[in-house]
Design a protein around this ligand. Sequence first.
Ligand code: FEO
Length: 401
Amino acid sequence: MHNIRKIAKDYYWVGASDRRLELFENIMPITKGVSYNAYLLVDEKTILLDTVDSSVSRQFLENVKYALNGRTLDYLVVNHMEPDHCSIIEDMVLRYPELKLIGNAKTLQMIKQFFDFDVEERFVTVKEGDTFSSGNHTLTFVLAPMVHWPEAMFTYDVEEKILFSADAFGTFGALNGNLFNDEVNFDKDWLDEARRYYTNIVGKYGNPVQAALKKASTIEINMICPLHGPIWRNDLGYILDKYNKWSTYEPEDKTVMIVYGSMYGNTESAVNVLATKLAEEGVKNIVTYSVSNTHVSYLISEAFRCSHIVVAAPTYNGAVFTPMENFLLDLKAHGLQKRTFAFIENGTWAPTAACQMMSIVGEMKDMKVVEETITLKSSLKESQVEQLENLAKELAAELTA
Ligand code: FEO
């Protein structure tokens, strides 16, 4: 059954949600599902803005057909070529044989890479600032390379002041009927997943995101329509501020994130003592994660949120406990900057983890490292509690200053 919503004059949301997919990009757990948004402009010309993942294509095709109300589809604007929005382009062409595709030169190249049908004969190439009239609406195109792929672009409706922002401002999470940000408690129910989505998918590309935000700041926007999650139609400053922080690697919260690996609970016991000492020193909202049972996508997201990060891990095969090494390498790959790190290592005969963890963090930009590393030999001893107290005091002094 069709399931659409009118979102503005002549515009319909025709997307769909998936609650069956376990891993987004076959990497990130999506326990709350995900939505694939697509938007249809029904004007003198009919123009679809993006499509959906093939997993929800049946729902989507029904939606489009219903919203077209007997008309054919004239154009498909391809803002982003990742297959979660594009895997059914060829199906659309088969269904609507006269369909023309609108994209930039890089889009064209990518469509030809993914598909074998004759793309060029039906492709309309647009450049930055080009306009396209649907009759009563003027669309213009804003290139947003690396947000999240090189071909990514935004489409802007000049009259309605709607920005179709591709992956930007998207979030994990299936839609629950409520489609607009003012119909949900975004801060309470969506922000964590929006951060996890941004940091894991676009986190590395802070500079391109900054460039896109700069372009967006020059246009008046009434509504932001992303490809995932709620549509923004008020309080735009809230999400723009989050994007500004995330893309400049500024922490959202001044607090400590403790990430530990612990094979038998001894390293865990030490970080629990540290957490209590931090609290006694006045640090609030401390978060503690076991690296072994927390998916790395959550750790990346929390590392982007928190200002101070304590990592604690055993030595393993003469190297760093593998899940911790994976986390730090992943964090480096996502380009996090501007954090304070402290290190705790454990080892029964040859503790070497701290130096190797430091070496990974040392390759990241603008990281401050607390000078004293704490080395445990199998388990925390009373004689070392003072070291934890000193570390807690040092971190607290920065956080409560
Ligand atoms: Fe939602 Fe980069 O695709």
